[in-house]
Design a protein around this ligand. Sequence first.
Ligand SMILES: *Cc1c(COP(=O)(O)O)cnc(C)c1O
Length: 438
Amino acid sequence: MLLKSTNPQDAAYVSFKDATLKCLPKTGGLYVPASMPDVRHIIYAMDERTFYPDLLAPLTASLLESEMDSAAARRVSDNCASIQPELQVLDERFSILHLCRGPTGSFKDFGITFLSAVLEEIAPKDEHLVVASSVVGSLGTSLAHAFGMRKNISCVLLYPQGDFYGLSPQMLQRPGGGGNIIPIRLKNSSPDDCAALLTDLISDEQWTGRYPTTSANAINPSIFLPQSFYYVYAFIKLKKLLTGELFFSVPSGHFGNLISGLYAWKFGLPVNGFIAAMNVNNALDDLWKEPQTQKRIPARTISPALDVSYPGNHRQLISLYNEVPSVMRNMVFPKVETDAETEDAIDYAWRRYNILIDPHTAVAFSAALKFSSGKNFDGHIVILSTGAAAKAPSLIRRVTGREIYVPAHLAELQKKSEPLAEIPCELDFLESAIASCF
Ligand SMILES: *Cc1c(COP(=O)(O)O)cnc(C)c1O
């Protein structure tokens, strides 16, 4: 697959491998596919009896085939099969797509696992690679899981002001020995500030000349393209049951997940639309109405991974929009949910369907309830469950009165961690802090 920049002045095409290793184009913008693989023959050949790994292998090959031999593409898909989506049909209107059964209870485990498997094949063996990420929630732990044992990769995690959790001291990279994880706290910073500093780091050619650096956020095609696979999976599991339109409701912060869904559609998935389910931070509204330089501090909510005012993937979204705005307006339906509505959805899901859902999933559930409430609606909505309910036990208990079992691997995520460095949110400080770990 070839990719190009969202910057229309930049006509260069790059390979999937190159865009994975250097995920920001030199002239600004983000990488988007220059042409779409058509996966309809895969979608139509499979049905509800298909096992996820049997879908994963041909989809992986369709992204990588011209750049990797089929044995390597097979190794990539085998390495990703350890974490699987699971579709639960609730009734004729709703299904839940469980994406939170991986090591850190977040859908981000899917993209990270794929990136890790691809880098295993393509990272230059004679070079040390830096994988840097601006981190919310358990993303840092997800990266530590995927990359923790790698000799030739260091993981830089940029945390905003505040506490963070789930990294043990043995994982940390110190000069002369230890692990390969470099958590850095940026003083007085928001998650948006961390994302902006990450962009500065990987755009600094002097830096990347010395320390090749790529991102593990959803701007990397090895994150946002494989996330399209589970949308395809949901469809093949459902297709015999569907009688009307199909929608996905996606809890949205940086819109990486939503963009993945839109690519699944571009690759040939028959879907009628996506509900962009946001909390009161309503970043999409901002994106359409205001100049993109306008920044505001996001409000804190009970769905913190959606507390975004400046989405990292906005350029890709705009670029999809600008292709055919009228089509996109009928494809993406923004919905905004308050904390009270989110709690109501947690309560409703428990009482009506006997399932305990996390607050991010509940934002999507609440949006799906609103979307389907019109009297003419006869479609089906797949609600993406992006986070595990066991990561918000006290909230779930307060809203539903139910105790929730917290498995050991998720309990680990609650252990407070210390950064290796705490620095001002400035590029010079960041570069010297990373360099001092080698
Ligand atoms: C990151 C995250 C989201 C938001 O995904 P985006 O791709 O940033 O829109 C939603 N839910 C959970 C649990 C997350 O960790």
